[in-house]
Design a binder for this molecule. Structure first.
Ligand SMILES: [Zn+2]
Length: 178
């Protein structure tokens, strides 16, 4: 059973997540305030095996260099990684969802029904995107609504949600848009 810590950091209140199980950990989007993140990991006495990057906006990767220096063996995962990944007890899918940026992806832990969506889907809204990327965003949203309702989503900003809740309450996912 995975445990998840959320460290809200920086002026843009980015959500950095620490996913852990049996003292092993993955970090999602180390945005800024690396000391705060490292402090939490030390207190929990975790061994960091990997860092998951949902996209390369500064508010999601500001602490990445510090984290890489601190945890030298941690493997980096991003939109270029394989679709299916396994490291220690962690199994997750990487799903590209371009639109907000052309390097955006989500990480889905299917066994635990947990997904980290970065700035793709938020509670009751979606990430901003340039007009030229509208088609990509639409395609990403069409893929998102195929996911199981009971998957919890952990976005890059703001509160948690679920696929089912967003399908019902998120304007951009209710099919009005296309
Ligand atoms: Zn962003």
């Amino acid at each position: 059973m995975l445990k998840i810590e959320c460290i809200v950091n920086g002026e843009l209140e980015e959500n950095c997540y620490i996913i852990h199980n049996n003292k092993h950990a993955l970090i999602v989007d180390p945005g800024s305030e690396s000391e705060k993140i490292i402090d939490k990991i030390s207190k929990l006495n975790l061994d960091v095996l990997g860092v998951l990057i949902t996209h390369y906006h500064f508010d999601h990767i500001g602490a990445l260099n510090d984290i890489k220096n601190k945890y030298k063996l941690a493997k980096i995962y991003d939109y270029k990684s394989s679709s299916i990944n396994e490291i220690d007890s962690f199994k997750f899918k990487k799903i590209n969802n371009f639109g907000h940026t052309m390097d955006s992806c989500s990480f889905l832990f299917e066994n635990d029904k947990i997904m980290f969506t970065g700035d793709f889907v938020f509670f009751e809204t979606i990430g901003n995107y340039d007009d030229e990327n509208e088609v990509e965003m639409l395609n990403s949203l069409k893929e998102f609504i195929k996911l199981d309702d009971d998957i919890k989503i952990y976005p890059g900003h703001g509160p948690y949600s679920s696929v089912g809740y967003e399908k019902e309450h998120n304007y951009y996912l209710r099919g009005i848009w296309w």
